[in-house]
Design a protein around this ligand. Sequence first.
Ligand code: GDP
Length: 297
Amino acid sequence: MAFEGLAARLQETLKNIRGKGKVSEQDVKDMMREVRLALLEADVNFKVVKQFIANVKEKALGQEVMKSLTPGQQVIKVVNEELTALMGTEQSKIAVAKKSPTVVMMVGLQGAGKTTTTAKLASHLRKQHNRNPLLVACDVYRPAAIQQLQTLGKQVGMPVFSLGDKANPVDIVKQAMQHAEAEHHDYVLIDTAGRLHIDETLMTELADIKSIVQPDEILLVVDAMTGQDAVNVAEAFHEQLDVTGVVLTKLDGDTRGGAALSIKAVTNTPIKFAATGEKVDQFEPFHPDRMASRILG
Ligand code: GDP
């Protein structure tokens, strides 16, 4: 399970302070040393860890906490709040355009789960928001990506717009937009091409698509299992495209937590959704507070 090691360590550390009727400055410092090590071991970005520890210390050592009747519990509350804030404070919703259709560009490296996530998001929009999305197959380079999206589209009962793998992505999106308007789709989800590594050709193509469709949302799909690499990928995409949200995939794996806990702080882009399996319904809005509580037990 994701975050298992981190959760176990933090829970063990916090257990010591939880029941304390009196908490000394030294107690808080000792606890935070352990918390720091646990976060670093979970592959959380070191700058993020440093800031986190400073924030918790400042608040936990404040008068109100130390002089409260249950200082141990108050300190834990501070840790919980700061952990939540690290991942985004509140649940970030997907954009809704003033004028339909809302256009969402899905971007990310190959293998991150972009195509699967595109279908999952379509299904989510239909089921939870009663929307009528059109899926657009723009990944013309990865063998079988178009077929994969078509198969997934069938599975979730959603139409897929495609011009095959010989067409130019810019032409595809242009025609897809006309099609979406004619067919009254209220969301257009564009599955763009990924690469194994970030390269200029990929970014130029994405920038071209972006300038044509003027998306309301650019969702970056990242594999949570890749830890700090995911954060670096997010920074690079964000720099080029001004990403508006992140989807963390593979949270069902034994990811240590580094990506989930660092990506918002490093890129200032909210995590909007989490994917927790290969099946289409293993996808949900990301709730920072629930994730923090899950980690702290
Ligand atoms: P793309 O290259 O980014 O379009 O990636 P795909 O959508 O083809 O996904 C790559 C692989 O990851 C596929 O085998 C998916 O079934 C799998 N996958 C996607 N999301 C998840 C997830 O949340 N959990 C797990 N365990 N596997 C996932």
